[in-house]
Design a protein around this ligand. Structure first.
Ligand code: HEC
Length: 463
């Protein structure tokens, strides 16, 4: 089975600067907030990375009072509900992750309250003479890179339709030879998408010279249904570059190629050019700890030792991955045991992957032998409001670099919840888009009209 992880990299940008607490909240409590004095700085810091000309959401620019005032209620509401800025991992009643996440872009509660008060007061402009300086949005650019991997020439992609008139997607692969004669380690990666009209997502794997040999004389090959070696990264719109924790790296054997698989969706009639590029950071120093990725979930069966797919609601016989139509609150659950052969590992990155019928997912560790004072269960990641368009990888912010240690025998438990009723607008939209008029039950597969339940877990181990 082909597994595609159109995941966002919410990796290591610099942690957000701490909001200036106290001053603003205390004096705005005494007066009505205004655009110039209070609101413009908040939107500049938290929104202008996307909601400004040239940004990902530049159709909704809020850099001027004229534009922002019209949307004041909307802005206040999406911030208070934590829908915006997009960072769907949350601390909830059922989940307190062991560390905060790097680059958590949520707006602090005191600033969210200012936005609400401003909207309720009719979004006053205030006096430009009192304007406060505008902070810059946090930058998530790779702090340093050693190589830029650029396709030798742009590729031209064209709209392709299947028999029923739907736009078919295509996958194109490039293999970049890293010219390594000795082992090296990948420590950072940034995907620079070329044409944002057509680049849907990008996946990067560590490949071999044999992958390089598949390319045509323009350096690419169509790579539908291909799985490669160790995954190095994934990118979707909004993704951030990726830096491994200090003193760690992903092994790149001599001869390693980075295979960049670009998933194109070409809705336009005109052919489109694209030249998606990678920037990577490498080291030839043996790192103290090796990066590896584990995957939990997406098992089709329950294994003899009780791990794998678990029996659940609506299962006809034993454990099965079938999500019935027009059903809310359906769950699929999986267990995965840390094998003896892996040894102890430290978890630094987590992320979920599901499709459009999914509404939430939570991943926990059940300790085989909790240490003294240690809880039996630790929650790693809760995404209580799943959004297919904002699939991030979350990196724990542990200044000590210790992270959470998993021991052999510990069990990772993942539970995904689905809603195939009309209340789940993401799913209704997909059904309409795919021209489905009768409800269908969903099975485990990688197509849009199927589902998944998986978590990717980045761990560090001793070399
Ligand atoms: C990482 C980029 C990014 C940041 C940062 C961001 N937004 Fe957005 N926002 C988007 C995108 C993209 C959309 C378009 C709809 C979507 O994809 O969810 C959007 C849509 C919206 C919408 C429309 C909601 C809807 O349901 O379509 C509102 C309102 C909004 N953003 C408010 C904000 C506010 C306020 C901030 C800052 C506090 C903010 N956003 C920060 C990317 C961002």
């Amino acid at each position: 089975m082909r597994i595609i992880w159109p995941l966002l990299l919410a990796a290591c940008g610099p942690p957000e600067t701490a909001p200036e607490k106290g001053t603003e909240s205390s004096d705005t409590a005494l007066r009505t907030p205004t655009w110039h004095e209070d609101v413009a700085p908040i939107l500049a810091e938290h929104c202008s990375g996307c909601h400004a000309p040239g940004g990902l959401a530049d159709e909704l620019p809020w850099t001027t009072w004229d534009d922002a005032a019209l949307a004041a209620g909307w802005i206040a509401e999406t911030v208070s509900s934590r829908e915006m800025p997009p960072f769907p991992a949350e601390t909830t009643d059922r989940c307190t992750p062991p560390f905060p996440f790097v680059g958590d872009t949520h707006v602090p509660a005191d600033q969210a309250a200012v936005l609400r008060a401003w909207a309720e007061a009719g979004a006053p402009e205030g006096d430009p003479a009192n304007a406060r300086p505008l902070p810059s949005p946090p930058s998530f650019a790779l702090p340093h890179y050693d190589r830029e991997l650029i396709p030798p020439q742009p590729i031209v992609v064209e709209r392709r339709e299947s028999d029923n008139g739907k736009v078919d997607d295509l996958h194109i692969c490039w293999a970049f030879d890293l010219d390594l004669t000795e082992e090296a380690w990948l420590t950072g990666l940034e995907v620079i998408p070329g044409n944002d009209q057509v680049v849907h997502h990008v996946r990067i794997d560590v490949g071999t010279p044999a992958d390089g040999a598949r390319a045509n004389d323009q350096g690419w090959w169509p790579c539908e249904a291909t799985a490669f070696g160790e995954r190095a990264a994934n990118w979707v719109p909004g993704a951030r570059p990726y830096t491994t924790p200090s003193g760690s790296g992903l092994p790149l054997p001599p001869g390693a190629h980075l295979v960049m698989s670009v998933h194109y969706h070409v809705p336009t009639d005109e052919p489109q050019e694209d030249r998606t590029t990678l920037r990577i950071a490498l080291t030839d120093q043996v790192p103290e700890r090796i990066v590896q990725y584990l995957k939990v979930g997406n098992d089709a069966v329950r294994y003899e030792d009780g791990t794998g797919l678990q029996p659940g609601p609506n299962d006809a016989a034993g454990a099965e991955f079938v999500i019935p139509p027009d059903t809310a609150g359906h769950t699929e659950s999986f267990l995965w045991r840390v094998p003896e052969s892996l040894g102890p590992v430290d978890v630094w990155l987590v992320g979920h992957h599901m499709h459009y019928a999914a509404v939430d997912a939570v991943l926990t560790v059940q300790r085989a032998q909790p240490g003294p004072g240690e809880p039996r269960e630790v929650c790693l990641l809760d995404v209580p409001r799943w959004d297919f368009d904002w699939q991030l990888f979350y990196v724990y912010d542990d200044p000590e670099g210790q992270f959470l240690r998993l021991q052999p025998g510990d069990v990772l438990a993942l539970r995904c919840t689905y809603d195939t009723t009309a209340a789940n607008t993401a799913w209704s939209e997909v059904m309409a888009l795919e021209g489905l008029d009768a409800p269908v039950s969903l099975q485990l597969s990688d197509g849009t009209l199927s589902e998944m339940c998986a978590s990717l877990i980045g761990v560090l181990l001793e070399p």
